[in-house]
Ligand binder design. Structure first.
Ligand code: PEP
Ligand code: MN
Length: 341
C-alpha cells in the first residue's frame, strides 16, 4: 500500500482519521491536494503492511482506492501525481509552457563579472542566473570557489538584473548560508547520491535542481529525488547533464532520451545542461535545440564574457553574443513543440 486516493467529497475528519491510522502503523503520510481529489502518499516501510490492514484502510470512510506502486520511488512517480509539477520561483515557473533558461558562469569569480554576465543573459532572455560559489573540482589544487563572498556577488547580480539565483551546495553545513542567498539550490552530479545532503535539502523550502550523477541510471536518479521529497520538499527539478560512456570526443554523453523517459516516469520538471553534457562551446547550441525538441522544460547554459580567462569550464562557456544567438535560434524550435522561450 503506497498511495491512498480519497473520494472527491471526503471530509477533513475522514482524511485525518486515515493519517492517524498510518501513523499508528509507524508510517508517515504526504498529502497531495489536486483540483478534484486528494491523494495520500505513504512513506515508510509499506511492505510490512499486511493485506488485512490494507483492506481495512480500503474500507475506511472517504477512501476511494488503495494502490501499490511497484516502482521503488513513489512521491516522484507519475502514479502518485498524474499532472506535471510546476515549480514557482518568484515570477518564474519551471515546468509550464515557457522554457526556462538558467544561464551564467560556471564559478562566481568576482563582483564585476557576475553583474556584467547577469545583465547580458537577462537581456538575451534568460530567466535565472547561475554561478557556483562552492565548486566541486576534480583536483584539490583547482579553484574551489569564493564561498560566501561569491554568494554575496550573486545576490548583488540578482539585485541588478532581477534574475533569481541558482547555486550549488556541497556540504550540509552550508545549508544556512546557501538558503540565505539562493532562490534555487543545486545538487551537483558528484553529490547526487550524497544521501545526507539530499535529506538536508529535503527539509528546505527552496526548490532543488538535482543533477544526474556521472554514472547514475534514471532509476537511481529518481531515488535521489525521492530522498528529497520524502522530507517534504516536493519542488525538485531534474537536470540531465551528460553521463559517462566510452566516448571521449565530448566531455560526457548527453542522454537526451532521458527527457521523454522521465516525462513518462515522473511528474517532476526536467531541464537539460548541454554545457556539461558536451563540454565544447560550439556544440552547446545544437544540443540545446535538441533538448527543447525532446521536451525539456528548461536549459542550463554556462556563459562567460571571457571564456579564455575563466577559472573553470571556460572551454564550454558561451560568450554573450553566442548565447544571444542561441536564444534566437531556440525560438522556432520551442514553437514547433508547443512551447515558448
Ligand atoms: C556545474 O553546474 O558547474 C557543475 C559542477 O555541474 P555538474 O555537477 O553537472 O558537473
Ligand atoms: Mn561548470
Amino acid at each position: 500500500m503506497d498511495i491512498i486516493v480519497l473520494k472527491p467529497r471526503a471530509s477533513e475528519k475522514e482524511k485525518k482519521h486515515i493519517i492517524k491510522r498510518l501513523e499508528s502503523l509507524g508510517l508517515e503520510a504526504t498529502v497531495s491536494k489536486g483540483t478534484e481529489r486528494t491523494i495520500i502518499g505513504v512513506i515508510g516501510n509499506t511492505s510490512k503492511v499486511n493485506e488485512e490492514v490494507e483492506n481495512s484502510i480500503r474500507a475506511a470512510a472517504g477512501v476511494e482506492t488503495v494502490m501499490r506502486i511497484l516502482k521503488p520511488y513513489r512521491l516522484a512517480s507519475r502514479e502518485f501525481k498524474k499532472t506535471a509539477t510546476t515549480v514557482k520561483v518568484g515570477k518564474q515557473v519551471i515546468g509550464g509552457k515557457k522554457i526556462c533558461v538558467i544561464a551564467g558562469p560556471c564559478s562566481v569569480e568576482n563582483q564585476s563579472m557576475m553583474v556584467e554576465i547577469a545583465k547580458e543573459v537577462k537581456k538575451a532572455g534568460a530567466s535565472f542566473l547561475r554561478g557556483g560559489a562552492f565548486k566541486p573540482r576534480t583536483s584539490p589544487y583547482s579553484f574551489q570557489g569564493l564561498g560566501e563572498e561569491g554568494l554575496k556577488y550573486l545576490a548583488l547580480a540578482r539585485e541588478k538584473s532581477g534574475l533569481p539565483i541558482v547555486t550549488e551546495i556541497m556540504d550540509p553545513r552550508d545549508i544556512d548560508v546557501i538558503e540565505k542567498y539562493s532562490d534555487v539550490i543545486q545538487i551537483g552530479a558528484r553529490n547526487m547520491q550524497n544521501f545526507r545532503l539530499l535529506l538536508v535539502v529535503g527539509e528546505s523550502k527552496k526548490p532543488i535542481l538535482l543533477k544526474r550523477g556521472l554514472s547514475a541510471t534514471i532509476k537511481e536518479w529518481l531515488m535521489s529525488a525521492e530522498y528529497i521529497m520524502s522530507r517534504g520538499n516536493m519542488n525538485v527539478i531534474l537536470c540531465e547533464r551528460g553521463i559517462r560512456t566510452f566516448e571521449t570526443a565530448t566531455r560526457n554523453t548527453l542522454d537526451l532520451s532521458a527527457v521523454p523517459v522521465l516525462k513518462k516516469l515522473t511528474h517532476l520538471p526536467v531541464v537539460v545542461d548541454p554545457s556539461h553534457g558536451v563540454g565544447i562551446m560550439e556544440h552547446v547550441s545544437p544540443m540545446a535545440k535538441a533538448a527543447v525538441a525532446a521536451g525539456a522544460d528548461g536549459l542550463v547554459i554556462e556563459v562567460h564574457t571571457h571564456p579564455e580567462e575563466a577559472l573553470s569550464d571556460g572551454e564550454q562557456s558561451l560568450r554573450p553574443d553566442a548565447f544571444k544567438q542561441m536564444m534566437k535560434e531556440l525560438k522556432p524550435v520551442a514553437q514547433a513543440v508547443g512551447r515558448e522561450i
